[in-house]
Design a protein around this ligand. Sequence first.
Ligand code: FES
Length: 105
Amino acid sequence: MSWEIICKTGDVQDDFPYSAKVDGKEVGIYRVDGEYYALEDVCPHAYALLSQGFVEDGQVECPLHEAVFDIKTGKCLREPADRDLHVYPVRVVDDTVQLQLNSEG
Ligand code: FES
């Protein structure tokens, strides 16, 4: 399992997640309560990037049809999306945010 540097910690704001494309995968990097989280970024419902959605209280709302997901767990909290998001392992080393992308089963 290898860790990949995705961005700087300063690139991620509580209100403005960071959109990354790594190895062909779109990933959204979020910060909630000072911790970093990485979620699959393409909404399971149709094509929208969740990192461009509305973030509040540890949840992100899809910008297209307003499905809601829990940022810490990826859990789908509101339709029309019908499944949870994949969550990637994250670690912070110095001022970099690193992900393990090959953890997808
Ligand atoms: S594309 Fe996200 S809810 Fe429809």
